[in-house]
Design a protein around this ligand. Structure first.
Ligand SMILES: NC(=O)c1ccc[n+]([C@@H]2O[C@H](COP(=O)([O-])OP(=O)(O)OC[C@H]3O[C@@H](n4cnc5c(N)ncnc54)[C@H](O)[C@@H]3O)[C@@H](O)[C@H]2O)c1
Length: 261
């Protein structure tokens, strides 16, 4: 496609087979990007790549464990061969488990670091040297990486590592006109988010916006960060959470006292 904000650009989206990554891949494609959909779930990645092609853009689907150094190299090489040099990298692959830190198996801790922080590091390192002015790295962190998360301390720590990586890499490449930013979503309705929503269906009432986020709410922000309009924003963590991180007990209590929902 030769029209749209991302015409002629090659985007690589990890975790692109589902949820937020899928929405990001489709938005970038709708606006002209060629998209490499990278995921552990190759069949899911192929289905999203087929959707991208329907929107008139070129696409590739690559099976890859983002925490595996060799597989990451191969995924970037396959993308380069199929579509060209990556100009927009979105690190979105992720998973959750659940334990108290005091009981957590070391394997679980390592799995969370593998997919989130190692995956983000490995893909960023694999593409950043060849990036040029105007190119973008967008990392999907989480509000948990800012405020911690009971029963998800490994996830929260791995997301905090992504935030520190984002700021450091942003500083290291800013002079080249490349930006590196993170998005910290709240509760988003995806297969992952649904796990929380299923156990606490009334939880949306604790969110000032009174609704869960949609994958598209995150994709729109990723699209903006990827665009030329965001060229002076770097090293930032954009919280996209319907106000939930502001909803501390004082504000929730006051809202109810004053008749707000
Ligand atoms: N859904 C939420 O409420 C929420 C909130 C904050 C942050 N996030 C983050 O957003 C990102 C996307 O999550 P989602 O909600 O769309 O989840 P999702 O489960 O719908 O999608 C995650 C995708 O990542 C892929 N994946 C998992 N491990 C992988 C690995 N090792 N290598 C390659 N691919 C792998 C899965 O196959 C899946 O396609 C994750 O990083 C997640 O931590 C989600």
């Amino acid at each position: 496609m030769d029209q749209g904000r991302f015409a002629g650009r090659v985007a690589l989206v990890t975790g692109g087979a589902s949820g937020i990554g899928r929405a990001v891949a489709l938005l970038l494609a709708r606006e002209g990007a060629m998209v490499s959909v990278v995921d552990l779930d190759l069949a899911g990645a192929e289905a999203v790549a087929a959707n991208v092609r329907k929107s008139g853009s070129k696409a590739a689907a690559v099976g890859c464990d983002v925490g595996n150094e060799d597989e990451v190299q191969r995924a970037v090489a396959a993308t380069r061969e199929a579509l060209g040099e990556v100009g927009i990298l979105v690190n979105c692959a992720g998973s959750v488990e659940g334990s108290f830190l005091a009981d957590m198996a070391f394997d679980e801790w390592q799995r969370m670091f593998s997919v989130h922080s190692n995956g983000t590091f490995l893909f960023s390192r694999a593409v950043v040297k060849n990036m040029k002015e105007g190119d973008r790295i967008i990392n999907i962190a989480s509000i948990d990486g800012i405020q911690g998360q009971i029963f998800g301390g490994d996830y929260a720590a791995a997301k905090a590592a992504i935030i520190a990586l984002t700021k450091t890499l942003a500083l290291e490449v800013a002079y080249r006109g490349i930006t590196v930013n993170a998005i910290a979503p709240g509760v988003i309705q995806t297969p992952m988010g649904q796990m929380l929503i299923d156990v606490a269906p009334e939880f949306y009432k604790e969110i000032p916006a009174m609704r869960y986020g949609k994958p598209e709410d995150i994709a729109e922000v990723a699209g903006f960060l990827a665009s030329s309009g965001a060229s002076y924003i770097t090293g930032q963590v954009i919280v996209v959470d319907g106000g939930i991180t502001l909803a501390n007990p004082v504000n929730r209590f006051t809202a109810r006292l004053m008749g707000l929902p």
